[in-house]
Design a binder for this molecule. Structure first.
Ligand code: AVI
Length: 349
């Protein structure tokens, strides 16, 4: 039996993709195994305290990750297009500064912005190696496969994992250096204490001389920020409410999302967006897998996310105290978003 040329080239390119792709599941794939590793203690703690809170990581099931991708396209959500434009302008400079280097991306999602960096390293004739890290297995695998089709020399070692686990288990890179990319201003979703812990994980994972590429959203007038988190199409509202559906599925819950509403505003004193879910009436919710019953009064809120907005100078000083030397800062004309390339300093002990 003979197979056509097209079919045979499809088979051979599929074969090279499988050879260049490694996917590691540091989070078990089934919900019950996941719950053993992560029994929802953070949910119990958040929903039994006053005021109630939930960790933003519960936004990102597969549907939440897709909704986040849609947010990134919204006209009001300037963050993604501003950071993308900065990357497009300066990726070549970044690649020049770091030289050959493995890209490790925390919260890789669809890896759209990563392509700009990969193109820059490819144009310089450098080897391409990419370690995307994301808690959402679906988007992690599909975007890795798309990249492997488009970059025939790329090696991908994807990790379905939290940042913490993945950073603690980075294997030595085969390339001359490594750059951890934490773009998209996800740093803003961490409290100052979480930020300190996060940077100690980063600096433990990096060798002296290796790099961190950090994207941060900068403080700006309130009306721009309020609009970015209250879009006219209601995508941000759907993203926020989806967290309750995720909890229902994960912990056998009975949240009725039509009984909650999205509420987000910029707190100018704290320089942060605060995103809440507000109960429309008094109600009782159960999460059976957590053996948890939660009472809500009418109008009571759950804080689901903060999104801090930074000042470039303060951030550079902070990074320096963490052992990361800012080498270069890039921003857009309006100074809405900042991209910082930092280098890990030798430890002084
Ligand atoms: C992922 N993170 C940087 C987004 C932000 O802007 O803080 C999450 C988000 N929440 C609502 N819209 C987007």
């Amino acid at each position: 039996m003979s197979i056509s040329k097209t079919a045979s080239s499809k088979i051979s390119s599929q074969y090279t993709i499988e050879k260049r792709l490694q996917i590691e599941h540091l989070l078990s794939p089934t919900p019950s195994e996941l719950n053993k590793l992560d029994p929802g203690g953070d949910v119990v703690q958040g929903l039994t305290q006053t005021p109630k809170t939930l960790p933003p990581r519960y936004f990102y099931d597969d549907k939440g990750s897709q909704l986040f991708e849609q947010i990134c396209e919204l006209p009001e959500y300037y963050l993604t297009r501003t950071e993308t434009a900065i990357l497009q302008e300066y990726a070549g400079e970044i690649a020049q500064m770091t030289g050959e280097c493995e890209l490790v991306e925390l919260g890789s999602g669809s890896s759209t912005k990563t392509r700009i960096l990969l193109n820059a390293y490819q144009d310089m004739g450098k080897k391409l190696s990419y370690v995307p890290i994301d808690v959402s297995a679906g988007i992690l695998e599909s975007s890795a496969r798309e990249l492997l089709v488009d970059y025939p020399s790329l090696q991908v070692h994807a990790k379905c994992s939290t940042y913490e686990l993945a950073l603690a288990r980075l294997s030595p890179t085969g390339l001359s250096s490594r750059m951890i990319c934490f773009i998209g201003s996800t740093l803003g979703n961490l409290t100052p204490e979480e930020c300190d812990r996060f940077f100690s994980q980063i600096t433990n994972a990096l060798q002296s001389g290796e790099y961190l590429l950090l994207g941060i959203d900068l403080a700006k007038p309130k009306h721009l920020l309020d609009a970015a988190y209250n879009d006219s199409c209601g995508v941000t509202a759907a993203f926020n409410l989806n967290m309750l559906e995720h909890l229902n599925r994960r912990f056998e819950g009975n949240f009725d999302i039509s009984e909650f509403e999205h509420w987000a505003f910029y707190n100018e004193t704290q320089q942060q967006i605060e995103m809440h879910l507000r109960s429309k009436r008094s109600q009782t919710i159960q999460l059976r897998a957590l053996d948890l019953t939660v009472e809500f009064s009418s109008g009571e809120t759950i804080l689901t996310e903060i999104s801090r907005k930074f000042d470039l100078k303060t951030m550079q000083q902070y990074l320096q105290t963490q052992g990361l030397k800012p080498l270069q800062v890039w921003t857009d004309q309006q100074q809405w978003f900042g991209l910082l390339l930092c280098q890990m300093q030798p430890s002084v002990s």
